[in-house]
Ligand binder design. Structure first.
Ligand code: SAM
Ligand code: ASE
Length: 366
């Protein structure tokens, strides 16, 4: 409604709200366009190409080098510049040359140790497809593997690892975040007293590596499913680290070896409360007196009001797993149900995506 001279201040204010431009809603409605633009530029290798080039490149050069249409590439590059992922340099003759922004060069290229390339791949190729069924997941309250991929979700990790390729992609997704915030998680508490550490469901050891680098006296054994351990040994050998070892097993079915500290990073959020208590009870019973368990998760605030990342991850746990993201008191309740005492549960928020909860078992310090 246009302002008219006859409107007083209060009628103008009342009219402004509903008629106001719904910027936020439009942004959310079309947010997937942003994600897909990023996914596509990564998948076509645009950022890798620009990193390898000694100079900014034109759309003609980039389209030829990656084997794409010129028209499509011009639009993609323009959108990436609009998203501030690329710098656009306008030449006197009207030609535009593109170069990586500093962050794109670090996080969107393959070779960098801080690369998010594999996370982007997994988001693009797997999570994006799962989210097509978010409405069904919310309605039914369960994951949607059958609809999305035609596989049964009776055994969660059989479904997640429905092919060797899918398993490797998931393992790559798992490791990339720890190069960015793993140090914060393992140093949220002083873990130096714990010398014998088991990382349960530790995948190929990206967080274990952060542990051995922060604590020179510890050894970390990664306990994971046999096929994960085989692939870890084949593809991702954490060689060079004499203090990292692997143990094949099923943490629900097999006995857990005794340890000073068990790490459970992004494990509990995959499972129902019942299964979490089952696993934590085994951890409690195997744990040395004075030892403990470090739970690493994206913690929700107590009233559930955020952080938004954890709220969205919780929806992702609905479409992809049997679990949910939880608040610190919810993790404390699972830990106490398993035998740990409330008084020995401590919480540290890192300010980044993942936080840490440490529960110690009674007994003299290890
Ligand atoms: N801890 C790693 C991290 O945070 O990067 C990986 C977390 S990933 C979400 C869950 C891990 O648990 C996978 O590596 C998976 O293979 C492992 N896992 C699932 N079920 C398991 C079981 N029954 N026994 C042992 N490991 C299991
Ligand atoms: C899991 C973690 C993840 C199981 C499935 C998953 C992640 C993605 N898919 O334990 C990492 C967190 N990211 C999101 C979007 O949830």
């Amino acid at each position: 409604m246009a302002d008219s001279p006859g409107m007083n201040l209060s009628t103008r204010a009342a009219a402004a709200a509903p008629a106001g431009y719904p910027r936020k809603i439009l942004g959310y409605m079309e947010g997937f366009l942003v994600s897909k633009t990023l996914f596509t530029a990564c998948e076509l290798g645009v950022f890798d190409l620009l990193l390898g080039s000694q100079r900014p490149l034109s759309a003609v050069e980039i389209s030829q080098m990656v084997g794409a249409s010129l028209d499509g590439m011009q639009r993609l590059l323009a959108a990436c510049a609009g998203l501030e992922l690329l710098n656009a340099h306008c030449q006197d003759d009207g030609e535009v040359l593109y170069s990586n922004t500093e962050q794109a060069g670090v996080y969107l290229t393959r070779g960098n140790p801080l690369s998010l390339y594999h996370s982007i791949q997994y988001n693009s190729r797997t999570i994006y497809l799962c989210w097509h069924y978010l409405t069904d997941a919310v309605r039914e309250g369960c994951n949607q593997y059958h609809k999305a991929f035609g596989v049964s979700s009776k055994d969660l990790f059989e479904a997640m690892y429905r092919s060797e390729e899918e398993m490797v992609k998931f393992m790559q997704l798992m490791s990339s975040i720890w190069n960015i915030c793993g140090r914060d998680v393992v140093t949220a508490f002083d873990l130096s007293p714990f010398r014998v550490i088991y990382d349960l469901g530790g995948s190929h050891g990206a967080l274990a590596k952060q542990c051995t680098s922060a604590y020179p006296e510890c050894t970390v054994t990664i306990f994971d499913l046999p096929k994960v351990v085989h692939t870890a040994r084949e593809h991702f050998v954490t060689v060079g680290d004499q203090r990292i070892d692997f143990h094949e097993g099923d943490f629900f079915k097999d006995p857990l070896p005794e340890a000073d500290l068990y790490v459970l990073a992004r494990i509990l959020h995959d499972w129902t409360d019942e299964r979490c208590i089952e696993l934590l009870t085994k951890v409690y019973q195997s744990c040395k007196p004075g030892g403990g368990v470090l739970v690493v998760e994206a913690l929700l605030r107590e009233d559930g009001s955020g952080p938004l990342t954890a709220q969205l991850y919780s929806l992702n746990m609905l479409v992809q797993t049997e679990g949910r993201e939880r608040t610190a008191p919810q993790y404390a309740a699972l830990l106490t149900a398993a035998g740990f005492s409330q008084a020995r549960v401590e919480v540290r928020r890192t300010g980044k995506t993942y936080d840490a909860v440490l529960a110690r078992k009674e007994g003299p310090a290890v």
